[in-house]
Design a protein around this ligand. Structure first.
Ligand code: ADP
Length: 255
């Protein structure tokens, strides 16, 4: 089961790419036990914000906190150790890696240091490996891909690969789970199952951040919606508030 979450707090976050201001000082929070959707038109800075939280991009200004830890400028492995896990829009799995192996790999990333010490104490490591196998199985079941455990992950259709990607991200027992367009390429049934799963993760106390184009799914899932446009936060509120927000209707939905 996922661990209880930690608050994500981004404050005054700025990012430039050459002459282009991708984020112009964004401040926002995502709370444990809530699904916070991040929406906005293409190019509004959603992915940049995720990349900065994960430590892929350096911040030009601003701070990023996970609970009590300041992770501003932290390297990706430190961010992972602070409990942040994300999915990628286009998950790539190495060839010859089974679904089980892909998901198990997600478990080791934040535990890298712990892993080394485990390797040095072999009996302990064996016990850990058995526990890890059981936990991988649990995550595979939770996401509904356990029947594919031995299939090569890279050979799966895009929609299924995305589910494996969610399982991989979940395997590290994140406090903050960042989901980047996880619903695209899934059919109606898969989206419903994914929605149930995301709710269950939320209900376990995890902080869930959902970057998602499917506005219907966002309205259905989100506790809080935050809207970006041109690198600025233009609105925050409940689905009911956002659905009727004049600026959101104008800028985001184009009506
Ligand atoms: P969104 O995810 O909301 O579609 P992005 O965060 O991908 O928006 O992009 C925000 C802006 O920053 C866009 O104008 C995009 O072209 C630019 N951008 C994003 N990443 C880079 C990069 N690595 N180099 C240059 N420009 C980038």
């Amino acid at each position: 089961a996922p661990l209880p979450g930690a608050r994500l707090e981004v404050s005054g976050l700025m990012k430039r790419f050459g002459g282009l201001q991708a984020l112009g000082g964004v401040s926002l929070t995502a709370e444990p036990g809530q699904i916070t959707a991040l929406i906005g038109p293409n190019g509004s800075g959603k992915t940049t914000l995720l990349n900065m939280v994960c430590g892929y991009y350096r911040t030009d200004a601003g701070t990023i906190r996970i609970g009590a830890s300041d992770i501003t400028g932290a390297k990706t492995y430190r961010v992972a150790r602070a409990g942040v896990s994300r999915t990628f829009q286009t998950p790539l799995f190495p060839e010859d890696i089974s679904v089980r192996e892909a998901v198990a790999a997600g478990m080791y990333m934040p535990r890298y240091v712990g892993m080394l010490s485990s390797i040095l104490r072999l009996p302990n490591y064996r016990r850990t490996a058995r526990a890890d196998r059981a936990e991988t199985t649990t995550v595979l079941r939770l996401v509904g891909v356990d029947h594919l455990a031995d299939v090569e992950a890279a050979s799966l259709p895009a929609g299924t690969r995305r589910l494996v990607e969610v399982a991989r991200a979940l395997a590290s027992r994140p406090k903050v789970l960042l989901l980047d367009e996880v619903a695209s390429g899934l059919d109606e049934d898969e989206i419903e199952r994914l929605a149930d799963l995301i709710r269950a993760i939320r209900d376990a106390g995890t902080t869930v951040v959902l970057v998602e184009h499917n506005f219907k799914l966002v309205l259905e899932l989100a506790d809080v919606i935050r809207v970006l446009a041109q690198g600025e936060l233009i609105a925050s509120g409940t689905p009911a508030e956002i659905e009727n927000h004049p600026r959101v209707l104008a800028e985001y939905l184009g009506v």
